[in-house]
Write a protein that binds this ligand. Structure first.
Ligand code: DAH
Length: 357
């Protein structure tokens, strides 16, 4: 085969290659170790010096042209592949967006955040405690000794007995966080502790798991007057009204002395609850001056420091504020309910921006 014919056939094969793999096969068949061009190179060895010079120069030129053709074809193939990919992955940005399904923020989460915002603004820190508690933190340290009748009222979920006879339990209120906070820090203490609590109870207004917010202030000179002011400020901010009529009713809790329950005034207008004015009273929280025994259990001297505490049902104030009639629905994960009562993710409550705007 003449050199010209060989060149033509190689160039034709290069042109015919439809992808890079095929092109590489053509290159190996021509320029590879045993390729047609390389074989001719080897044959140069048996030629006379003059023949070799001429044939060698011609072969080198052929080799250059073949290499050039391969490079050109390769670039072309890459362009074609890129064009094909661009066509396949084209996005029509003028198409209408697919409707997004969006979740909602649960009313409890929203109200939790509202409460944190309000008390944060009043200088309170947020404290936490474990859901699984021991007798000491949930009862004893809160001035509820084993024989105390209040233990029965708590409908406690207990775990199995341990070898030493003690039983862990699911905390029945957020009050144990008072003890944990006192034991872990020094006065002045100003905390709220929102969190889950558990009692074996279930009806329209009770669920086995519910949420509370505990408040605790310990200092040298804290008084009931401070408590009243803070609670009034909280109620006004939370219910987003200018004035709230409140009633402090003498009550009894083992961990406070004196103890008070706080009622707020409300009226019902066309099925809607209006907080702040009216002629009816609604109980919203328990509070009082921290009992000296509790201060002592918290590792402090009741002769030197005193303070007050309160406990609010978080779900309960969520029901009041947002007009939600049945507590059980809070924890049923019914999408229709969540869409109706839930909040948009960007409705983050802030005091400056308005809590429930
Ligand atoms: N721990 C009480 C309960 O769960 C609520 C409570 C009442 C908490 C009075 C307090 C308080 O801190 O002072 O029923």
């Amino acid at each position: 085969m003449s050199l010209a014919t060989l060149e033509q056939s190689i160039l034709a094969e290069i042109d015919a290659a439809t992808d890079e793999t095929a092109l590489e096969a053509v290159r190996v068949a021509a320029l590879g170790k045993k390729g047609t061009v390389s074989e001719r190179m080897k044959a140069l060895g048996g030629m006379s010096p003059d023949e070799r010079r001429e044939a060698g120069a011609a072969l080198n030129l052929l080799k250059d042209r073949v290499t050039e053709a391969i490079t050109a074809r390769k670039t072309r193939l890459q362009d074609i592949a890129l064009d094909a990919r661009l066509a396949a992955e084209k996005i029509d940005v003028t198409l209408p967006a697919r409707p997004q399904t969006s979740g909602t923020v649960h009313p409890v989460s929203q109200v939790w955040e509202e409460v944190v915002q309000i008390f944060g603004d009043l200088g309170f820190a947020v404290a936490e405690g474990p859901h699984i508690e021991d007798d000491f933190h949930n009862f004893d340290a809160l001035n509820i000794p084993p024989e105390h009748p209040a233990r029965q009222e708590h409908d406690t979920f207990f775990f199995h007995e341990k070898p030493d006879g003690s039983r862990m339990l699911l905390r029945t209120h957020t009050s144990p966080v008072q003890i944990r906070t006192m034991l872990a820090s020094k006065p002045p203490i100003r905390i709220i502790a929102p969190g889950r609590t558990f009692r074996c109870d279930s009806d329209m207004t009770h669920t086995p798991m519910f949420n509370q917010v505990e408040g605790l202030v310990i200092d040298e000179t804290t008084t009931l007057a401070n408590l009243k002011w803070i609670l009034a400020e909280f109620c006004k901010a939370f219910f987003e009204v200018d004035d709230v009529k409140m009633r402090f009713r003498a009550s009894h809790f083992p961990f406070t002395e004196p103890s008070m329950e706080v009622d707020i005034q409300y009226s019902r207008e066309g099925g809607q609850l209006k907080i702040g004015t009216g002629d009816k009273w609604l109980e919203i929280l328990g509070s009082g001056m921290v009992h000296p025994n509790v201060i002592r259990a918290g590792g402090m001297d009741p002769e030197r420091v005193q303070g007050w505490a309160f406990g609010v049902g978080l779900d309960r104030i969520a029901m009041l504020k947002y007009g939600i009639p049945d507590l059980r629905a809070f924890f049923e994960a019914d999408l229709r309910w969540l869409r109706h009562y839930g909040f948009k993710a960007l409705q983050v409550p802030t005091l400056a921006g308005g809590l429930s705007q």
